[in-house]
Write a protein of this length. Structure first.
Length: 127
């Protein structure tokens, strides 16, 4: 069952990063970053299920899973995960769309999308 559950997490993560790409093309930058976070969260949850053989905690905290899985990302990856993790709540529940639109410019969002794809490859290499 754990293998099936892990496969489902990975399948959803792949779908979510494709959704992030579509959102970027449609200039929906806030939601693009949200889906980047979601894709990485689901990938880490899939790894958790695969390695631990149990369902993951109901949290959106990427760093929680990095710690629980005893992962040792290099500094650049760790910095990115920390940055993306800090965006979970503001992109999920923005106080002000106008304020968030100033934060998530096309350039910044493209950077987040590209780094998210790199983080997904890094995470997948751990499987």
């Amino acid at each position: 069952m754990e293998t099936k559950a892990a496969a489902e997490w990975f399948k959803q993560a792949a779908y979510d990063i494709k959704s992030a790409e579509t959102l970027f093309l449609k200039k929906q930058y806030i939601h693009c970053v949200f889906f980047c976070h979601l894709a990485l969260e689901k990938t880490l949850k899939g790894i958790y299920v695969k390695k631990k053989g149990e369902l993951p905690a109901r949290t959106h905290n990427l760093l929680y899973f990095v710690e629980k899985l005893e992962l040792k990302p290099e500094k650049e990856m760790d910095d990115f995960l920390t940055d993306l993790n800090s965006m979970s709540i503001p992109t999920r529940y923005p106080d002000s769309l106008a304020k968030m639109a100033k934060v998530f410019t096309r350039k910044r969002t493209k950077e987040m999308l590209d780094k998210s794809k790199g983080a997904l490859k890094w995470a997948e290499s751990l499987i």
